[in-house]
Design a binder for this molecule. Structure first.
Ligand SMILES: *Cc1c(COP(=O)(O)O)cnc(C)c1O
Length: 418
């Protein structure tokens, strides 16, 4: 469910006409709905209401500070994967005690920063990392709270690039080694074991893989208990899917219904790290048709957004609905919607049936709120898009469009070139 709907023939974001927003903010433009974002966050809160929990929004899906502030005000925690994301979360007012930190390559500087910030816990991905955290915590005279990220070897039946829970992946530690690693952690003086973490992948459209993984994690928790290691937090990771096309994804309520009966036998606090399922359908990318081009019996619609703005189709062959901002009655055509970037991989849709748009028409690329702007770049010397938040009839620019000067601001010319 989202709040981008037609009223008569024009697409609206909540009660604001997308065409009007674009008149002021230009294209390519990310537009987010305040209402959708809140509803999605609250759906998680309400679904898990009956069990102690912390919802830690995964910043990598979208780290615009305004959106983070909005979530933080609702009580959201944060799942971060770098010092930069930790900085964003703290700046947005997420309390440190609701921040978890994952990632296979945390640097010493990042670890020290997180320790000084007193985050809830590190989700640790290797024994090297564990020893590094121990050493740095010792130097700072603090105890480092940790969970180990275990790899339950479960296929999330999603795209290989966004699947993370198999033995062959770089993430986490194998389930069979978990006990050994926990015993190692238990011996380290400056480490405090708090939890077990797992994250099996993204865009998962079934409840079963979550249940299967949780069962393995709970068995591990019992096993640890028998070794005298008490676990407080079970971190389920993120990964709940959203409808991009025809797929039907479970509502957080259904996830909760499957999970709570298993976990309520224990005294844990549950951590969830949803990213996509909170922000994915809360955002669209609006782009303008620049040219129409026919060749080799193919028809291209060339738009002013590119893979530097939204890389999901290029990277994952991901599907996004594309809708006209003003409904058009043009004849149906089968087209490739492509960007201006000098790469054949720069496309948003291939062989898509659309009412043939005309030059200057606006198109909305739907479900672009997650892994859209956060994965954008300046490739081809392109300034990154502006972002707008709509609330009712009003809209607010939450990130200015970059300028050419922004692109060279950090560049230094060596003296010998003067
Ligand atoms: C990417 C990621 C998430 C968020 O995944 P979504 O599919 O966006 O919900 C959560 N936790 C970890 C550790 C991640 O890497």
């Amino acid at each position: 469910m989202h709040d981008f709907q037609y009223k008569k023939s024009g697409l609206y974001a909540e009660d604001a006409a997308v065409g009007k927003i674009v008149e002021q903010a230009g294209t390519p433009l990310y537009i987010y709905s305040h209402r959708t974002l809140l509803r999605h966050y609250k759906a998680f809160e309400e679904a898990f209401d009956g069990y102690p929990h912390v919802i830690c929004f995964a910043l990598k899906a979208n780290s615009n500070l305004a959106l983070l502030k909005l979530l933080a005000e609702e009580g959201s925690g944060a799942d971060v994967v770098s010092g930069g994301e930790l900085f964003f979360a703290l700046k947005a007012g997420v309390p440190a005690e609701k921040i978890v930190y994952a990632g296979v390559g945390k640097t010493e500087e990042e670890i020290a920063y997180a320790l000084k910030s007193r985050i809830l816990m590190f989700n640790v991905e290797s024994s090297d990392e564990l020893e590094t955290i121990d050493k740095i915590a010792g130097g700072l005279g603090v105890k480092a709270p940790i969970a180990l990220r275990v790899n339950p070897n479960i296929s999330a039946s999603t795209h290989p690039y966004i699947s993370t829970g198999l033995k062959k992946h770089k993430f986490g530690i194998p389930m069979e080694k978990a006990l050994e690693y926990y015993c190692l952690a238990d011996k380290l003086r400056n480490i405090k074991i708090l939890g077990i973490h797992k994250h099996i992948g993204s865009q998962i459209t079934k409840v079963a893989p979550f249940v299967e993984a949780l069962k393995k994690v709970l068995a591990l928790a019992e096993n640890l208990k028998s070794q005298g290691i008490e676990i407080k937090y079970i971190d389920m990771g993120g990964g709940l899917g959203i409808p991009y096309n025809e797929e039907v994804s479970p509502h957080p309520k259904e996830l909760a219904k499957a999970i709570i009966p298993l976990i309520k036998l224990y005294d844990f606090t549950l951590i969830l790290e949803p990213g996509r399922s909170i922000v994915g359908n809360a955002g669209i990318l609006v782009t303008k048709v620049l040219y129409l081009k026919k060749q080799h019996r193919k028809e291209f619609v060339i738009v002013d957004a590119g893979m530097n703005d939204l890389i999901r189709p290029s990277l994952y062959d991901a599907y996004h609905h594309i809708q006209p901002v003003r409904r058009n009655k043009g004849p149906l055509a089968v087209v490739d919607v492509v960007g201006p970037i000098c790469e054949s991989g720069d496309f948003f849709a291939k062989g898509r049936k659309l009412n043939r748009p005309q030059r200057g028409d606006l198109l909305a690329i739907m479900s672009a709120g997650a892994y859209g702007f956060s994965m954008s770049s300046n490739y081809n010397g392109r300034t990154r898009a502006a972002e707008v938040l709509v609330k009712g009839k009003d809209f607010f620019v939450i990130r200015e469009r970059e300028t050419y000067n922004d692109l060279i601001e950090d560049v230094k010319i060596p003296g010998f070139l003067k």
